[in-house]
Design a protein around this ligand. Structure first.
Ligand SMILES: [Zn+2]
Length: 259
């Protein structure tokens, strides 16, 4: 499938888009630091209109560690033949389909982070595996993970994107994609980042626990659900604090992500 060139869009950039560009660019830099990226592949997106129709996404061919706010493409989910938007470079039509459909299916899911990060993807490659409730980080995701078992090769069209979009039902924020990777959605970049971080931590611990060959000490559903509630009802905005702490490091060491 050919890549689409982006035609300049002269509409005024509003504050949502301006701030969104900075946050999403920061997210790419953070992902590179945590080694969640895969070469120049994988895509993150952020809706900038209420209906989720317009969203920001990374241009083809840019390494996550170098992405700048101004380069992010502004795309329209309903119009993926004739590209509109602003940014630098070209759009990967496959990612456009998938992210566009997810934003359309779940407009409250402002930010979509798709990665092949090692530990979560390892578990997504185990037959019928469900995240086991064996530590606090895993319990954060109790009953909040959707599982897509149908790997049919690379997702190349809108129908596949729509299918993935509707598999993440309301209440779920993570999609395990069998034989492929994971997608995490959030109401903000900060929230999606924090979820992705704790998901990979939980999965890493789980892979290590499985590697011992010892029986897993799985807690009851009640305990797992109570712990999940404790996570989500935590009074401080820990996700935002976490994201801002990461941005503080970027501001000191690689502030050009804001350009
Ligand atoms: Zn993928």
């Amino acid at each position: 499938m050919p890549l689409h060139a982006v035609r300049a869009d002269n509409s005024r950039m509003d504050e949502t888009e301006r701030q969104g560009r900075i946050d999403l660019a920061a997210m790419f830099r953070i992902a590179a630091r945590f080694n969640w990226h895969e070469g120049i592949a994988n895509h993150f997106s952020l809706a900038v209109t209420e209906d989720g129709r317009r969203f920001l996404m990374n241009p083809q061919g840019r390494h996550f560690s170098r992405i700048r706010a101004s380069e992010l493409l502004l795309l329209d989910a309903a119009d993926n033949d004739d590209v509109i938007g602003r940014g630098a470079g070209k759009a990967d039509p496959t990612a456009w389909h998938i992210h566009g459909r997810i934003h359309a299916a779940r407009p409250e899911a402002r930010c979509v982070l798709h990665t092949h990060m090692f530990y979560a993807t390892t578990l997504a490659c185990l037959a019928g595996y469900r995240l086991k409730m064996i530590d606090q980080n895993a319990m954060r995701f109790h009953d909040r993970i959707a599982y897509d078992e149908d790997f049919n090769g690379m997702a190349l069209d809108a129908a596949e994107g729509r299918r993935i979009g509707t598999t993440i039902e309301p209440g779920k924020s993570v999609l395990f994609m069998a034989n492929h990777g994971v997608a995490v959605i959030g109401r903000s970049v900060a929230e999606a980042f924090d979820e992705t971080y704790y998901l990979e931590r939980a999965c890493k611990l789980q892979v290590l626990a499985l590697s011992t060959g010892q029986p897993l000490n799985v807690v009851s559903d009640e305990v797992a659900e109570m712990t999940r509630r404790q996570w989500t009802e935590f009074p401080l905005d820990a996700a935002l604090d976490h994201f801002n702490a990461m941005k503080e490091i970027l501001d000191e060491e690689e502030p050009d992500y804001r350009d």
